[in-house]
Design a protein around this ligand. Sequence first.
Ligand code: COI
Length: 356
Amino acid sequence: MSIYIDPAVANSLRGFEVPEKLGFGNVMAPVMFRAVYQDGCWSRGELVPYAPLALDPAAKVLHYAQSCFEGMKAYRTQGGGIALFRPERNCARMAHSAERLCMPAVPEALFMAGVRTVTAYCANLVPATSGESLYLRPFLIGTQADLSVSASTSYEYYVIASPSAAYHAGNMRLWVEREDSRAALGGTGDAKVGGNYAASLQSIARLKQRGYDQSLWLNPANRNLIEELSGMNFFAVIDGELHTPALSGSILEGVTRDSLIDLARDLGYTVHESAIDIDQLLELVQSGNCEEAFACGTAAIISPISELGDGEQRYELAHAPGPVAERLRAELLDLQEGRSEDRFGWMQAVEPVAPE
Ligand code: COI
């Protein structure tokens, strides 16, 4: 696939320095990939200097939230190479999200060209510290200027990148959200769309005032089953076995969730994908049968959960981080950072490009 490389890209990349101390998603790589959909066709992709978008104030994305995105990472591997982790899974999920919002899927070749081109040109920006990476954020927006409630006729696909540390390093305290819902039955909970995250913000603002870090969302119908944490999936270790909520239609199918299930089974753990009743789980934490719990996601990797708050009650996990979370995190990072053999065939190497 031919990609246009704006001559200004070389200048943007030259002289860009990655700060020594990285947070998550606040340092932006100086280039981005863009492709435009109009009249039923995708344009050629182009790599251009990172810059604000020019959007008509009546663009559908600004009013009716026609917007979906992905989170994925490029890793510096042992020996100095660069590799992406299961990018085809992100491509497929973005196609699912796009379909749910009545948007055209980004064709796989174009999606991959976007993430691979940005990664190749930003190879020097991929951090070498374990746990850090080049976080890639592909996104798709409806751009037609028209205030009628209907699907846009034009779209733009972008890939931006950010050299980043893990999203939530350290232990997390979760608040059991019994008031708001993140997703509705038949809604967009299993799609990675901006609106799901907007719907989580009020809860997060409330729980921060109480000293918590993240909401633990329950199923929207009865609010008795654990779903997820907005940007991460949930795992509990009960009597030495792993439990994660089965995909319900309103839970996002995390690539890290899916990978950890395979990895844990390969390491000999029993993994259950089934409904987890919140009240039963809290009892198991109290009785000590649930020894540890953790959240996982592309950005977060694995974040141990130290406490669950439910109204006036606090439930402390015995181990945070627990041995299972620590082992899985180390095994996953060993694979992603090339210290262990890629036995699942999850890694895709990217050849760096030095801009002239
Ligand atoms: C990711 O893990 O990539 C996500 O998209 C979560 C985001 C809220 C940081």
